[in-house]
Design a protein around this ligand. Structure first.
Ligand code: FAD
Length: 382
């Protein structure tokens, strides 16, 4: 029997899967509960910077990701209309040397599958939608929509932007619709061969109020992906995505560079997502409950660091439990919050402003960060 507390992680998204895998590696009896019946390979890509790849190393999937992902040599920012270069941020070998790990872009579904596989499969439960939490006793009692219950010493709310655990801590409050949507589409690179254009490995096309970020999601460069940021004053479709269309894309990116037009021409299906935010929360934990990732700091995805922050949170939380000792879980949770709040809030703000790498700048504060080595700041009331 382990003398470590039992932990329940609610949500097996990227943050919850990271937390579950790291806790299990550290010897905590951990169960992960996910509401979805299963995960599918939805059409979306994701950037993984060196700051996240260091966590992937600890989970044991860095090499697999390195083999699977595309390794851009640069992040280019270009004027959406003229194609003029606004920034050239070196990645590739430079990132490995300067920041200590690769910068890759991958298919989000492939990444997620690897992370979920890294969990102890006997302690991963699908189709378990948390509906109630009782944290008034020596253990937390969890009730799921199927009527089953579970108990755990500690509970991590990694349950995303509509978190039940956040609601338990702070009351019911819908996230803020930012006024922007994101279109997402995966394009077969084969189709792009019809154009005599250069499709770069990682490029963001910008104009005043909108952009299109484009990159490969596989190392063999067979799948190319775009994700946009486009203003749309109202959103009446709840928190989920809807279908978009080539026509809608043409309208949104009228006048944009021929390379962007070619991407739209090659689009077979495209989805549209509301971009949701919350102001920094006054509370990240109470008693035996603690939040991470989008449950406590959802953000516009314009820095490509939302999941990165969730994964860094997971690593810092486990580090703080180990540092303080899980018997003093309240102190461990406060140490965790102290060491995450400033960074996550800063990333939320830059993402909101959508200024990241638009012009040449030094990204070291994001990419060089090592969540396992960063000196720990003590809480002010310690
Ligand atoms: P989620 O990924 O939302 O996971 C929450 C999980 O909890 C889900 O699986 C959900 O089903 C489950 N759940 C919810 N409620 C319950 C319940 N009651 N009971 C049980 N389970 C529950 N980030 C990057 O780092 N790089 C990028 O390139 C990037 N691109 C993005 C592009 C777009 C268009 C968007 C919208 C986001 C992007 N992000 C990116 C941000 C990133 O997707 C999120 O920040 C990240 O997914 C947050 O992870 P999470 O684990 O906190 O939450």
């Amino acid at each position: 029997m382990s003398d470590k507390p039992t932990i329940a992680v609610i949500g097996a998204g990227l943050g919850g899967a990271a937390a579950g895998a790291l806790l299990q590696k550290a010897g905590y009896p951990t169960k992960v509960f996910e509401q979805a019946p299963e995960f599918s390979r939805l059409g979306a890509g994701i950037h993984l910077g060196p700051n996240v790849m260091k966590v992937m190393r600890r989970i044991g999937i860095e090499d697999a990701l390195d083999a699977m992902g595309s390794h851009p040599d640069y992040w280019f920012s270009r004027n959406g209309m003229t194609g003029e270069y606004q920034s050239r941020i070196p990645l590739g070998e430079f990132a490995r040397e300067r920041y200590g790990a690769s910068y890759i872009t991958v298919h989000r579904g492939d990444l997620h599958a690897l992370m979920v596989d890294a969990l102890d499969q006997d302690n991963l439960f699908f189709d378990k939608r948390l509906v109630d939490v009782d944290d008034s006793g020596d253990k937390v009692r969890l009730t799921f929509a199927d009527g089953t219950t579970e108990e755990a010493d500690l509970v991590i709310g990694a349950d995303g932007v509509n978190s039940r655990i956040r609601e338990k801590l702070l009351g019911s409050e819908a996230p803020i619709y930012s006024g922007w949507v994101a279109h997402r589409a995966i394009i077969s690179a084969e189709k792009l061969k019809a154009f005599e254009l250069d499709f770069e490995a990682c490029v963001k096309w910008w104009s005043e109020d909108r952009h299109m970020m484009v990159y490969f999601v596989t190392g063999d460069e067979k799948e190319y992906y775009y994700v946009t940021g486009v203003p749309e004053p109202e959103w009446n479709h709840g928190t989920s995505f809807v279908d978009s269309s080539r026509d809608e894309m043409r309208k949104a990116f009228e006048g944009y560079h021929p390379t962007v037009q070619a991407l739209i021409d090659c689009t077979e299906s495209v989805t549209k997502w509301p971009l949701l935010e919350r102001n920094p929360l006054p509370l990240w934990h109470a008693n035996r409950l603690v939040l991470l990732g989008d449950a406590c700091h959802p953000m516009k995805p314009h820095m490509a660091q939302g999941a990165a922050m969730a994964i860094e949170d997971a690593a810092m939380l486990v580090r703080c439990l180990e540092e303080v000792g899980a018997d003093d879980y309240r102190d461990a949770f406060e140490l965790y919050r102290t060491n995450r709040f400033e960074r996550a809030s800063r990333v939320q703000k830059v993402s909101h402003d959508n200024t990241w790498l638009r012009e040449d700048e030094d990204p070291a504060w994001v990419f060089a960060y090592d969540v396992f080595e960063a000196p720990l700041k003590q809480p002010s009331n310690a």
